[in-house]
Design a protein around this ligand. Structure first.
Ligand code: FBP
Length: 550
C-alpha cells in the first residue's frame, strides 16, 4: 500500500498560500534602508562581526528586478519543530524556480549536523509537492547541533565550495539565526561566496522585534493547545471534580501560555515574566493557587484549569539563582559531574559548590528535576520540556491544602488534580492558514535575499494583521538583533529573546480580566483550527499579534 493521506490532507494539498503583493509578479527588487546597529553591546558585536556588522535593513519591492540567473541553494531545518517548516521550503523552491527554472534546491539532513557532514538530498518539485501545507519537519528532519568549532565552520565552507552553493537558508529560532550570523561572517571573512539567510521559526514566539512581527509556528501551536485546553475546560465543568494543571511549551518566554489564556480564559495562568518582575518565590506561587482553589471551593466549584508556562522555574527568583550557579559549575566541571557514578555523589558534590540557599532549594526538589537541572543542550539551555513543573505544583498545592485542613481551614476544598503537558502535541500540527501563508512568504522572501547576494540576514514579513495583499517582506541584518548573554558561564553573542512585555496590550488585557476568570466559569472553547470557511474563523492571526498591532 502506498503513502496514505486523509481526505483533509488531500484537500489541503491544493491550498495555494497567499504572498505579499510585491512578491507575486515576475520582477522583484530590493530597497535598502539605513545602516543598523544592535540595541546594546555594540562595540563587542562589531568586533566579533567585522564583515557583517551594520548592514542596512532591506525591503523587497515589485519591479526593478533582481538578475534571473540559475542558483544552487541549500536549506536546513534547525531546532524544535514548528508548523509551516515545509511551506518555507516550498516557498524557497518556488521562488528559485520562478526566477530561473534551472535553479536547484538541496536539503541538508537532520539539522546543522547535516551541513557539517555534507549530508543532503536534492529537493525536486515532485518531492516538495508531497509536503505542501503539512506540519512536521520530516521532509529533511531537524537537529539541535551547532556550527561553531573552527573545524565545523571549515567543513561547511568545503562542502559549499564542492557543491557550488550560492546560498544557504537556515530555518531556526534565535540560537539558529545567531548561528546563521556566525556562519555568514566566517564565510565572508574566508572569501566564500555562499550567502547565509535565516528564517524566524519557533513555536515559543520569542523571536520577534521591531521588524520580525512573529516567529512562525506560534500561531498554529497556540491554537492547537487552546483547542485542547477548551476541551479540558468543558470536561472540568462537566465532571465538576478535577483541577487540571496544564504545562505549555515555551522554553523561556510565556507567550504561548498568555496566548492560550487569552483564547480560553482559564482560572489561573502563571506568567513567568511577571513572577520574575515581582521576585516571586515558589512558595508565593503555591499560595496564590491555593487561594484560588479555596475561593472556588467556597463558591461550590471544586474544579478548574491552571496554565503553567514551561519556562516558569527559570524565572522564579530562588530557582533562577540556583540555575545560574549550576550553569557556572557545569561551565567548569561538566565532565567531572557527569562522570560521577550516581545521583547521590552528584548531589554531594553540588552541595560543596552551591551557596547554602541554592543547596537548600536544590535539596527540596524531586530527584528527576534535580537531574534535569544538571543537563544543558548544545546552546547551553536547560532542557525544560523535561521538568514536570505541573506535577511539582500539584504536590505542593496538595500539601498546603492538607495543612490548612489539618488546622480546620479550607473545609470546602476537595482537591483532585490531573496533570497535562502540551508541547509535542502541537509542534507538528498542520499549519493554520496564517502560518501556511506566512511561512510560504518567508521562504519566498529568503530566496530573494539570496538572489540579491545578501548574507547575514533574517527574512521577515510585516503588516501581518492586514490581508496578505498588504504584507511587506524583507530582511533584517542579524547583527542588529544580537546582544551578549552568559551561556555556560561565558558571555556569548545571541539574538535577544523577546519575553512577554508586562506593559504590552496582551499582558495588560489578561491582567485586567484574570480575577473574573479565576472565580467564575468564563471559559472560551476555541475548537479546532479551520481551513475552509468564513475568513474570521479561518484566517484570524493570534490574539497576541492582533493586540500588539492594534
Ligand atoms: P526551538 O526554540 O528550537 O524552536 O524549540 C522550541 C521548543 O519546542 C521549546 O518550546 C521546548 O522547550 C524545546 O523545543 C523542546 O526541545 P526538544 O525538541 O529538544 O525536546
Amino acid at each position: 500500500m502506498g503513502l496514505q493521506i486523509s481526505p483533509l490532507q488531500q484537500a489541503r494539498a491544493g491550498y495555494r498560500p497567499n504572498l505579499p503583493k510585491a512578491l507575486r509578479g515576475g520582477s522583484i527588487g530590493v530597497a535598502f534602508g539605513a545602516p543598523t546597529e544592535p540595541a546594546s553591546d555594540r562595540e563587542e558585536i562589531r568586533r566579533l562581526f567585522p564583515n557583517t556588522y551594520g548592514q542596512p535593513a532591506v525591503t523587497l519591492v515589485a519591479g526593478d528586478g533582481l538578475q534571473a540567473a540559475p542558483l544552487k541553494v541549500g536549506v536546513v531545518l534547525s531546532g524544535g519543530q514548528a508548523p509551516g517548516g515545509h511551506n518555507v521550503i516550498a516557498g524557497v523552491l518556488d521562488a528559485l524556480k520562478a526566477a530561473h527554472p534551472e535553479s536547484r534546491l538541496f536539503g541538508f539532513l537532520k539539522g546543522p549536523a547535516g551541513i557539517i557532514k555534507g549530508k543532503g538530498r536534492e529537493l525536486t518539485p515532485e518531492l516538495v509537492d508531497a509536503y505542501r501545507n503539512t506540519g512536521g519537519f520530516d521532509m529533511i528532519m531537524s537537529g539541535r547541533d551547532k556550527i561553531e568549532k573552527p573545524e565545523e565552520l571549515a567543513a561547511c565552507k568545503k562542502h559549499f565550495a564542492e557543491m557550488g552553493l550560492d546560498g544557504l537558508v537556515i530555518i531556526g529560532g534565535d540560537d539558529s539565526n545567531t548561528n546563521a550570523a556566525v556562519l555568514a561572517e566566517y564565510l565572508k571573512t574566508e572569501g566564500c561566496p555562499t550567502c547565509v539567510v535565516g528564517v524566524p521559526k519557533t513555536i515559543d514566539g520569542d523571536m520577534k522585534n521591531e521588524q520580525i512581527e512573529a516567529s512562525f509556528g506560534f500561531d498554529t501551536a497556540a491554537k492547537t493547545y487552546s483547542e485542547l485546553i477548551g476541551n479540558i475546560a468543558r470536561d472540568a465543568t462537566s465532571a465538576v471534580k478535577y483541577w487540571h494543571f496544564v504545562r505549555l511549551m515555551g522554553r523561556a518566554a510565556s507567550h504561548v501560555t498568555l496566548e492560550c489564556a487569552l483564547q480560553t480564559h482559564p482560572n489561573i495562568a502563571l506568567i513567568s515574566e511577571e513572577a520574575q518582575a515581582r521576585g516571586t518565590t515558589l512558595e508565593q506561587i503555591v499560595n496564590y493557587i491555593v487561594e484560588v482553589v479555596v475561593r472556588r471551593a467556597e463558591a461550590g466549584r471544586n474544579y478548574g484549569v491552571v496554565l503553567v508556562p514551561e519556562g516558569l522555574v527559570e524565572f522564579i527568583s530562588d530557582f533562577r539563582v540556583l540555575i545560574d550557579e549550576v550553569s557556572a559549575i557545569l561551565g567548569a566541571d561538566e565532565r567531572y559531574i557527569h562522570g560521577l557514578p550516581d545521583h547521590s555523589e552528584r548531589l554531594q558534590y553540588l552541595n560543596t559548590r552551591l551557596t547554602a540557599e541554592s543547596a537548600r532549594v536544590y535539596g527540596t526538589l524531586p530527584r528527576d528535576i534535580q537531574e534535569v537541572l544538571l543537563r544543558r543542550d548544545s546552546h547551553g539551555n536547560v532542557p525544560l520540556s523535561q521538568v514536570e513543573t505541573e506535577r511539582l505544583l500539584i504536590d505542593l498545592v496538595s500539601d498546603r491544602i492538607r495543612l490548612l485542613q489539618s488546622r480546620g481551614q479550607a473545609e470546602a476544598v476537595k482537591f483532585s488534580a490531573l496533570s497535562h503537558f502540551f508541547g509535542y502535541e502541537g509542534r507538528c500540527a498542520a499549519p493554520s492558514n496564517f502560518d501556511a501563508d506566512y511561512t510560504y512568504s518567508l521562504g519566498f522572501a529568503a530566496a530573494q535575499l539570496v538572489r540579491a547576494r545578501l548574507t547575514g540576514y533574517t527574512a521577515n514579513v510585516r503588516n501581518m494583521t492586514k490581508p496578505a495583499d498588504e504584507w511587506v517582506a524583507g530582511g533584517t541584518p542579524v547583527t542588529m538583533m544580537l546582544n551578549l548573554e552568559r551561556r555556560k558561564g561565558v558571555l556569548t553573542p545571541v539574538i535577544k529573546k523577546a519575553l512577554v512585555d508586562l506593559g504590552g496590550r496582551p499582558f495588560t488585557e489578561f491582567a485586567e480580566r484574570r480575577d473574573r476568570w479565576a472565580i467564575g466559569d468564563e471559559y472560551v472553547f476555541p475548537g479546532p483550527i479551520q481551513y475552509f470557511g468564513p475568513s474570521e474563523v479561518c484566517d484570524a492571526p493570534s490574539i497576541t499579534l492582533a493586540l500588539e498591532k492594534a
